[in-house]
Design a protein around this ligand. Sequence first.
Ligand code: ASP
Length: 341
Amino acid sequence: MRTLKLFTVLLFSVLALNVSAQQKKYVMVIHGGAGTILKKNMTPEKEAAYIAVLTQALQAGYEKIKSGKTSLDAVEATIHVMENDPHFNAGKGAVFTHDGKNELDAAIMDGKTLMAGAVAGVTTVKNPISAARAVMEKSEHVMMVGAGADLFAKDAGLEIVDPKYYWTKERWDGLQQAIKEDSTKAVLDHGSKKSELLGSKNHDYKFGTVGCVALDKAGNLAAGTSTGGMTNKKYGRVGDAPIIGSGTYCNNETAGVSCTGWGEFYIRNVVAKTISDLMEYKGLSVAVASKMALDKVGKMGGDGGLIALDKKGNIAMPFNTEGMYRGAITADGKIEVNIYK
Ligand code: ASP
């Protein structure tokens, strides 16, 4: 009798656990960059500002999903909020190249059709994520770079800005500091353990690349990433964000992924597509696949993080840095936002 009672209690607990796990269906996950982000270096005001804008970004995309719009619309709307906010290294507030310019990269991918669009090294588009979407939807190409990409965005009717628009004092000071320390090394905008090991003392841990993955009511996934790249990068350097399969990838059959961190390591490890492949060919969960791919980056000496969302609404947000600006929202609108480990 007692065994039966115990068995019943156990059965109910397992069922309850399953129900609560199923109830947590996420429809969106975002990041605002990973790096040496420590609570001790943060003021309460700054922390509140980050939480506010991450929340606002999630709400912007959630509104789209709730009203039946596509996951692509949600990703674009969410990333616009972060590109327009100087707290992040994307759009306004982007980091500077060694030559004191802003060269922006972005990509977007549709998990339903596997169509993708990307721009690299653009210098006049207010919202590079929209330029990436225009490449996907209004051209037969996947990627455009430099002046051609800027011209294409203008012809597509997107908002064009004077390059001064991206300028912020903090990013400019970050460049001067990086040049003073070692004029040849690119550093993550928010600082990184590994860049410290390479000799950089640049601890500008306030900003970050931005990314978003969304799942719409029709069950379609989309992923996007937008960035200014790395402070003090050489002219023409392109990071992982706009490279489909490295910093950005999306497939309804597996997951949508957006990465942040030391781009060269993400390119060499083809991180985003590796996660999708581990899920597709090995049957791994989004959490296990994401961790495995990031571990590889770490073993090679790279640092950063990523976000991923699968078609069932499961998320993963691993990072091997001190912190990562990140957040997610469930189908019923519950928002979670985190910064530190
Ligand atoms: N991954 C970006 C790049 O290498 C930088 C970042 O995520 O902060 O361009």
